[in-house]
Design a binder for this molecule. Structure first.
Ligand code: KG4
Ligand code: ZN
Length: 348
């Protein structure tokens, strides 16, 4: 039977990207707009929550109109409104949530409060045939976790970072090396030009039981070497980027091997290994996941690069998946600065 026609508007404003998108029931992206606030935050070398919230407020409604215009649609054509309702910088989250509530109320549409991390967790399903359950590496600016995904809203965390996230480590090392903001993509570009064996760096957690991560010691090790050398040449910066990235990837590989043992016991027939979050845009991380998957006769899937970092498509898609299970929310839903994926348990 043909699926009922549905169009969901997704709104994302939980960090430093104001984004919105329209996605239909077939997973077709009808429109997508991402406005990155890099210029607002660049001179501070990181995201300033107050500035982010004000910038979201200025852009949110403008981008929604732009999205509708791109798709030649209007509010009357929408089936539901989904918004990232947390976790994130609360000022920005509130802007998105209030905008979504206003649209839902004014146009009498279902309102869907999407967990931002669930957006990252599910978006690979938009363009790949991935069935539940799957093993997920969720690695972004705010998080680094390995999860068993048994269904929409059904997450079991096998491990997480005990200090910084991977993205944070990329950004802080980039800041130390003065290679520009945003750190992750710049560091990856330089890593391609450098020698990953040039600097000896630790691989925190390697060989340790469990699936937790740690990046703070690695970051400190980079700092110590940078301070020892003094002014790094361009070539030394490239080598440091390559060495740092290799250490991050090695840790992820080790942690995933541990997680796979648990996952295979829990779900012997499952075959999908999936990645999500901003750091999933990194080529070396993707390459490692491809290798791990092939070693374990699994299938590796990743979202397209532009749906790894924050975007509206992932929120619209997660909203659509929820809508199709009848999981909508009331207009008194509270925006949440903290919202672990494991708290999402539903009856779906
Ligand atoms: O998912 P995301 O857009 O925002 C959060 O939810 O946190 O992730 C942003 C993070 C930043 O730390 C950024 O430096 C990192 O993802 N990132 C990368 C790359 N592209 C973005 N890290 C490494 N390599 C990349 N190519
Ligand atoms: Zn994110």
């Amino acid at each position: 039977m043909a699926k009922k026609k549905q169009i969901v508007l997704g709104i994302e404003s939980s960090c430093d990207e104001t984004a919105c998108a329209l996605v239909n029931e077939k997973g077709e992206v009808l429109a997508s707009v991402v406005w990155s606030q890099y210029d607002e935050h660049r001179r501070f070398g990181g995201v300033v929550p107050e500035i982010a919230a004000r910038a979201h407020l200025e852009k949110c409604d403008v981008l929604i109109r732009e999205c509708l215009d791109q798709a030649s649609l209007d509010f009357k054509d929408l089936t539901a409104v989904a918004v990232a309702a947390g976790p994130g910088l609360i000022g920005g989250v509130l802007v998105g949530v209030m905008t979504a509530k206003a649209i839902a109320f004014a146009h009498n549409l279902p309102f869907i409060a999407v967990n931002h991390l669930e957006g990252h967790a599910l978006v690979a399903r938009l363009s790949n045939s991935i069935s539940f359950p799957y093993l997920l590496l969720l690695t972004s600016g705010g998080h680094c976790q390995i999860l068993e995904v048994a269904g929409v809203g059904k997450y079991k965390k096998l491990g997480a970072t005990i200090d910084d996230s991977a993205g944070e480590a990329f950004d802080k090392v980039a800041k130390m090396l003065e290679i520009g903001y945003p750190g992750g993509p710049n560091l990856e570009k330089r890593a391609k030009l450098g020698n990953p064996k040039a600097f000896q760096l630790p691989i925190p957690m390697k060989g340790r039981a469990g699936c937790d991560f740690s990046f703070s010691g690695l970051k400190t090790a980079v700092r110590v070497q940078v301070e020892r050398i003094g002014a790094l040449s361009d070539a030394q910066k490239n080598d440091m980027c390559a060495s740092f990235q290799a250490a991050v990837v090695a840790q992820m590989r080790d942690r995933l091997e541990h997680a796979l043992k648990i996952f295979k016991k829990d779900f012997p027939k499952a075959k999908d290994l999936v990645v999500g979050g901003g750091v999933a845009a990194n080529g070396a991380v993707r390459q490692m996941l491809e290798e791990v998957a092939s070693k374990h006769k699994m299938v590796f899937s990743a979202p397209p690069i532009n749906y790894c970092t924050d975007n509206g498509v992932m929120i619209a898609w997660a909203g659509l998946e929820r809508l199709q299970l009848g999981l909508t929310d009331k207009l008194d839903f509270k925006a949440r600065p903290r919202w672990p994926l494991e708290d999402l348990d539903t009856n779906a």
